[in-house]
Design a protein around this ligand. Structure first.
Ligand code: ADP
Ligand code: MG
Length: 322
């Protein structure tokens, strides 16, 4: 642990009281950290403050030795083979891996959505200290959407074509937060404005561009205030400029105070810009997990080295290395 002084560099010995409040230091994705604000009161007055960063981050999600298989042609193939990782509260955790490496299978496991021919063979998923295997189907249902939200590559498939996007947000707010219709309608309008779609409450999904549909999906998913957002290749279907805008939006609407993010992609360049730590999935195994700067500076695995070389523009590398 170490101290970052705000007002004074030392804490007065014998100070009367120390209050601890969780705060956020910095807003850029790469600087996301949480810690404690120490307020030293002396004779009723606040005399000193310092930010004490915790060296033991809280894990919102832990995955231990997860193995998932799919049956095809009378054979079972392990798509995940002993995956372990932790996602710290408030971070953007980047999961990178080539197509078929098991990224979507991992996302579906976290949501308890592995269905036949898929099967969880071993391991455990722990969300905020609770094993998902211990939950009933009803409890899992409540967790999905309310506490863990997910957005996919193609938002137009996930949105309901028969309701306007405003109505869809109203429905999730009523379902998960039990809001009255007028309050939910006001909040839905606020969320659409926040994602850059002001006044589009009455618009139907087919009237939206790909980027607008992904914005609507982000509003729909974040509106109930999930603690974890899983974004599985959220921009792969979009062109490059729109991709960057959507990722900026996700980054700006999430953070330590509200939503932790699992950002899944095959594109390490995206994680260089947006992730705090990165796990590299290769053939169903996490072969490496590091803070993003360290991953680029000192990749441990051959596959990671190849991935880094494929990020052609070194200006995008964290810390401007190149
Ligand atoms: N429903 C399914 N039935 C059979 N095999 C599947 C199914 N879903 C995924 N797989 C297999 O699991 C592996 C990992 O797939 P997936 O998790 O979708 O990878 P990624 O998201 O990294 O592209 C692949 O070999 C894929 O063929
Ligand atoms: Mg996938």
């Amino acid at each position: 642990m170490y101290l970052v002084p705000l007002a004074a560099s030392t804490i007065t010995p014998g100070a009367e009281k120390v209050l601890r409040i969780t705060v956020v230091v910095g807003s850029a994705a790469s600087q996301r950290r949480s810690g404690c604000l120490l307020v030293v009161r002396h004779a009723g007055k606040v005399t000193q403050m310092a930010v004490k960063r915790s060296s033991v981050p809280h894990n919102l999600l832990e995955i231990h030795e997860l193995a998932v298989s799919y049956a095809s042609n009378r054979r079972r193939h392990r798509s995940l083979d002993g995956v372990s990782l932790e996602i710290h509260t408030g971070e953007i955790y980047g999961l990178v891996g080539e197509s078929g490496s098991g990224k979507t299978t991992l996302a579906l496991s976290i949501l308890g959505l592995i269905e036949p021919p898929g099967r969880i063979e071993a391991g455990e998923v722990i969300f905020d200290g609770q094993s998902l295997a211990s939950l009933t189907e009803r409890q899992l249902d409540r967790l999905r959407g309310a506490q863990i939200g997910m957005i996919f590559q193609n938002a137009l498939v996930s949105l309901n074509p028969t309701f306007s996007i405003g109505e869809q947000i109203v429905e999730v707010l009523r379902l998960h937060l039990r809001l009255s219709r007028p309050i939910a309608a006001r909040k839905a309008a606020e969320w659409l404005a926040r994602v850059g779609l002001p006044g589009l409450e009455q618009t139907y999904p087919h009237q939206l561009s790909g980027g607008q549909a992904q914005r609507a999906m982000i509003a729909l998913t974040l509106a109930p205030g999930p603690r974890l957002l899983i974004a599985d290749e959220p921009t792969s279907a979009l062109d490059v400029t729109v991709q960057s805008q959507i990722l900026q939006l996700i980054s700006s609407l999430t953070g330590p105070a509200d939503t932790t993010v699992l950002l899944i992609t095959h594109d390490l360049g995206i994680l260089a810009q947006f992730a705090t730590r990165v796990g590299v999935l290769y053939d169903g195994r996490i072969v490496e997990q590091q803070p993003v700067e360290q991953l680029f500076a000192n990749p441990q695995h051959d596959y990671t080295q190849r991935l880094i070389q494929s990020v052609r523009n070194p200006e995008l590398w964290p810390g401007g290395r190149g």
